[in-house]
Design a protein around this ligand. Structure first.
Ligand code: ZN
Length: 138
């Protein structure tokens, strides 16, 4: 971890209105410290934090990811009922889900065309549309 990545992480937290506690900064560094977007699961972030020698419990990772989502700096993408991915890119964009590797990556937005959505039922509006394209080896 470089001072730069720590600074990027701290600013990311402060901009989101989150108090930059030590554990939050540690996890934010792993998420955005290199200035690039990434997709993580709670488990993969937990493993990454262990590799970096940080002592953060899996429960803390879950709670922190939840707090980052609530603050609007992470987007949660549910691929199947049980597995959530967290994306540091919060703009609407489609995803590829690599079934063999259980990995999520961005799909090219410029190739996606959604022509029409079903009307929302009475009394509700469409909050968002998630596009997850599942891939498997041929
Ligand atoms: Zn993404």
């Amino acid at each position: 971890m470089t001072p730069d990545s720590q600074q990027i992480a701290t600013e990311w937290l402060v901009d989101a209105g989150l108090r930059p506690t030590r554990q939050r900064v540690t996890l934010a560094e792993l998420l955005v410290g290199d200035g690039r977007h990434r997709h993580v699961t709670a488990e993969s972030l937990f493993e990454a934090s262990k590799t970096k020698g940080a002592s953060v419990s899996l429960a803390t990772v879950y709670n922190t990811l939840r707090a980052f989502c609530d603050a609007g700096v992470l987007q949660e993408i549910t691929v199947d009922g049980s597995k959530s991915y967290f994306d540091t890119n919060t703009h609407d964009h489609p995803h590829f889900y690599w079934e063999d590797e259980a990995r999520l990556s961005d799909a090219p937005s410029d190739q996606l065309v959604i022509q029409r959505l079903p009307d929302a039922p009475e009394g509700v509006e469409i909050a968002s549309v998630d596009v997850v394209i599942r891939l498997r080896k041929v």
